[in-house]
Design a protein. Structure first.
Length: 216
């Protein structure tokens, strides 16, 4: 069950893995990796995507907080650093293995039960559209234990509730170390809520992500 936040915060109900821990003996297999980032997150995203091999089989979905009125630079910027195809999906498009799906500016990106993309112009969540929580919470009941959610740098608490939902459905939650984040508030909020299975710096996140077994 989610823990209440009090001041000072209670310690989390579990101790997440850290950079100093030994890697898991048998990494889990995932069908989908969802990643949320905001202020300071583009650098960490670049590190993660640069590490992905061309044979990386899980689908990837990314929400980055961007102004709705600005043209998206994110797809070409990330595609330049990634061996996988990087695209802005259309509504109804299938969530494809080995593809990086980036939320368009001004739209929430969600996962439908048939594993297709939904795009929404519903109200902003945590002052953001696209919202990280919206993506994480929609993906959790569809992919369940085959879902890995990663929360990177950001200046608000978007994503923390979504990570709780991911873990409640059997998925896995990784969080960037606040010390390595350009804006530590977002990863710190998730850690305070006890919503992280592991807390890694970007280089460790990238290494663990690249080492995941193929899902098919």
């Amino acid at each position: 069950m989610p823990r209440s936040i009090v001041q000072p915060p209670d310690p989390p109900a579990h101790t997440p893995a850290t950079d100093t821990d030994a890697p898991p003996a048998a990494p889990r297999t995932y069908d989908l990796v969802v990643i949320g980032a905001s202020a300071g997150g583009i650098e960490a995203l670049g590190v993660l995507l640069l590490a992905l091999p061309a044979r990386f089989s899980p689908a990837v979905m990314i929400v980055m907080h961007l102004p709705a009125e600005s043209p998206s630079y994110l797809v070409p910027a990330l595609a330049h650093r990634c061996a996988l195809p990087v695209l802005e999906p259309d509504a109804g498009e299938s969530i494809l293995p080995g593809r990086v799906h980036v939320a368009p500016p001004g739209y929430h990106m969600l996962v439908e039960v048939d594993r297709t993309v939904a795009l929404s112009t519903d109200a902003a969540v945590r002052f953001s559209r696209p919202s990280i929580d919206v993506l994480f919470e929609s993906a959790a009941p569809v992919y369940r234990e085959r879902l890995l959610a990663i929360l990177l740098s950001g200046a608000n608490d978007d994503g923390a509730a979504g990570l709780e939902r991911v873990r409640a459905h059997g998925g896995t939650a990784w969080v960037q170390t606040p010390e390595s984040a350009g804006a530590p508030e977002m990863p710190r909020a998730a850690i305070v809520r006890g919503a992280a299975d592991a807390v890694y710096n970007p280089e460790t996140l990238a290494r663990r992500l690249a080492a995941l077994p193929l899902s098919f």
